[in-house]
Design a protein around this ligand. Structure first.
Ligand code: ADP
Length: 248
């Protein structure tokens, strides 16, 4: 098994919908324990790229490999999730009527047994996992509250915790800071930086202050391909990026 390869390797991926190229020879690599921010104007192909990685959309052409050995272009969504690719959509899908810790318990158990067979009894190992996750997502003090009572930001963190319960190797996150207060936005950047110490994270984001807080390498998409890559300062100074964003 190759050990030096990128965790995610996209090479010349194209996606064509009814003659329209949503992705046009997109190439991108993400390393183990790397966090990457993906930016780009509306319609640039960011969502389509996430859809290809998670198996929701099949590319028309190109190669998509995970951990050097898994060909994502031939796998279905469930099998790709099993590989350890987790995706967080913008709208949190937590169980509102359950407490914070029960939400985490469901997530911890759901990788091992059918949902219908879940019991609320928890093993020592499961309790320890829940404590660890609560610590990580900074919701220890909220553990007995109903998810419905959480702030928007706290719900987003709970959902991130539920995804972490599945031990993903790659976490895809869609606009995590949308609708958050400034403090929540800063806390979210810190949380994601913490997560990226041990796993890879791809963040699609519009909020440039948040991208700055993340402090990671940025990939700019435009018309389905990579327009620029580098630090936020580097890509912000790139003439072609300026043109695209200012529409000149
Ligand atoms: P972004 O997330 O960067 O805003 P998207 O990946 O959502 O961009 O969309 C890229 C382009 O592909 C857009 O012009 C969009 O209208 C088009 N597109 C996305 N999904 C479909 C689809 N299922 N059928 C047709 N066109 C689509």
């Amino acid at each position: 098994e190759p050990v030096t390869q990128s965790l995610l390797y996209l090479d010349n991926i194209s996606v064509v919908f009814d003659g329209f190229r949503a992705l046009n020879k997109l190439s991108l690599t993400i390393e183990e324990a790397e966090m990457r921010a993906i930016i780009g104007p509306n319609g640039a192909g960011k969502t389509t790229m996430m859809d290809v990685i998670t198996g929701k959309t099949r590319p028309t052409a190109g190669e998509a490999m995970f951990a050097g050995i898994h060909d994502l272009t031939t796998m279905d969504e469930a099998d790709i999730a099993q590989l350890g690719i987790g995706r967080k959509f913008q709208t949190p899908t937590v169980f509102d009527m359950h407490t914070v810790e029960d939400n985490l318990l469901l997530a911890v158990k759901s990788d091992r047994r059918a949902f219908a067979n879940i019991t609320w009894r928890r093993t020592a190992h499961e309790r320890a996992r829940i404590d660890e996750l609560l610590e990580r997502i900074r919701l220890k003090d909220q553990r007995h509250r109903q998810a419905a009572e959480l702030s928007h930001g706290q719900k987003q963190w709970l959902e991130i915790g539920m995804l972490l319960a599945q031990e993903p190797r790659l976490l895809l996150v869609d606009e995590p800071a949308a609708g958050m207060t400034d403090q929540e936005t800063a806390d979210t950047a810190e949380l994601l930086r913490d997560i990226a110490k041990t796993r890879s994270v791809v963040v699609v984001e519009h909020d440039m202050q948040f991208v700055r807080d993340l402090g990671v390498k940025v990939t700019v998409l435009h018309e389905g391909s990579v327009l620029a890559e580098g630090s936020l300062d580097q890509v912000s100074a790139n003439e072609r990026v300026i043109e695209v964003y200012l529409g000149r």
